[in-house]
Design a protein around this ligand. Sequence first.
Ligand SMILES: *Cc1c(COP(=O)(O)O)cnc(C)c1O
Length: 356
Amino acid sequence: MKKDWFEKELEKYSKLVGYKKPEKYSNVIKLDSNENYVVSQEFLQKMINEVKENIDVREYPLGGTERLSQSISKYMGIPREMIGVGNGSDQIIDLILSTFASKGTKILTSDPTFGFFEERCKLYSIRTLKIPFDKNMTLDLEKFLLNSKKADILYLDMPNNPTGFQFQRKDLEKLIREFKGLVIIDEAYVEFSDYSIVEMTKKINNLIVLRTLSKSFGLAGLRVGYLVANSKIIDTFTRVIQYPYPLNTLAIEIGIVALRQSKYFTDIADLVKKERLRIIINLKQMKIFEVFDSKANFVLFSAGGSGQRIHKALIEQGISIKNLGKIGQHEGCLRVTVGSQDMNSKFLTAIRDLLN
Ligand SMILES: *Cc1c(COP(=O)(O)O)cnc(C)c1O
């Protein structure tokens, strides 16, 4: 091997952008990362305090992820042998890609798709075939079906981040059934939508469904994700691919307690859906934005040439939303997370004031 091989390799990787985390502002209303501020901080704090008394961090969390999988199994009504866990679904995505994809692999996905997923494909030099969103910010099933034979892996975040789009159930089911390679459906936002295809994992052997506690459970800082798939995939994932101790003791135990209280989080998701509709209606009433329907805990809207200016002006008002620029045929796209009622009202008031 040549002496300077490492320098060359490092040089190549250093040119990649990597996943761009949002700016960290202090004292702002944070509606830029699809976190869930409707979940009460006191409620979570109480859970953490309860757990804290009963753990021993001198020990490796032996048997911990198995108990967490058991809790997820109960919450989902899916057998435990069909569930694996990870340090956020990000880590699961990374492990699946680094194990099953290589430089020759081609992945069919949407444009845009989950940013982290795209960056990981670049890191591993995995080629992607991206189907763009059309002008009403929806995806065309036929285009996916037509291209499905050209790809080894299908990855779709459903609902999609950042558009909020979700296929009609029968369309997504058809696409999953027809795709011959590995299918990965990322359901990070599914609790805010009308349906999940997770039950299909019981019949379809090349399907992996990704889920997380980051969004509907408001536990983004805990880093708990999971996957649902047939027992052969899960056995291989858990025994061979996943680290021996991917989650820390605190995350495991808090996760278990949170899943036991799933009714609380289902009610939160209902509130989020109501607030999402209120945001959509109000933004539409302002008559200058194109506002897209959403099945997730955020709303995408296009502000044309004013996107940049509105984003900046909101920051100055202490409100941070996500500036996405051009998506498909729409300039100046902005994505606002659905926050608590109070946060949403402040956002709507601020944006209304800006327009006056
Ligand atoms: C937020 C998000 C995730 C969650 O990732 P975690 O690592 O579990 O926090 C996964 N997929 C998509 C599309 C997301 O937007």
